[in-house]
Design a protein around this ligand. Sequence first.
Ligand code: SAM
Length: 207
Amino acid sequence: MPQTSANTDFLGRGEAAFPMPQRELDRLSQRRWILRYARKGGVGAEIGVFRGHFSEIICQTIAPRKLYLIDPWTKLGATFGWGKAYTADDTLPTAQARDEARARVTAFDEVEAVLLEDRFPACRDSLADMLDFAYLDASHDYAATLTELLALSDHIATDGVILGDDWQINPAHQHHGVFRAVQEFTRMQPWQIAAAGPGGQWALARG
Ligand SMILES: C[S@@+](CC[C@H](N)C(=O)[O-])C[C@H]1O[C@@H](n2cnc3c(N)ncnc32)[C@H](O)[C@@H]1O
């Protein structure tokens, strides 16, 4: 889907000023496979959007008719307050990340994009639809991820799926909390792990 020249210029200036680490750009294509578990043309949410790089992959791959993009962005402050190369040593403005995410998805005319500038689950009442899929890539901490999963399950259609990033089985990894939270969630709730694999991707379906 072609970008408008204004969007292309804006995104080009953002990439020049705040380059995304090459390994993260390379990882995008390794992550795409997990979207096979979500139905095309449905309603979905990405929770934890950052600059919208994976939002663009979602739009390209499964063309949702509606996509909620949920991230607190400027509610966190002027910058994210974390990250090294990922946030250009915390110089990337949260407003720039939000505006890039919006620019990346507005290129897809068939996708109704709804930006919710807030934390999930605090903003859960703003979800006006049951979701066919949610892609969770937000707090990464064990307790917060478990809270996000428990809240999310009420918003997923009966045959819908929860997908996510950063499946790390190594207990020493900084994102191992996601793996632990998913294990705990599937012990507590009638959900099963449908897939976990390349690019740290995982998928849950109701069992
Ligand atoms: C790793 S980045 C997301 C990357 C994005 N999914 C991608 O693949 O390009 C994590 C994002 O989660 C956001 N975040 C953290 N806690 C959140 C929460 N409770 N709800 C929604 N977003 C959250 C952060 O502001 C940050 O932008």
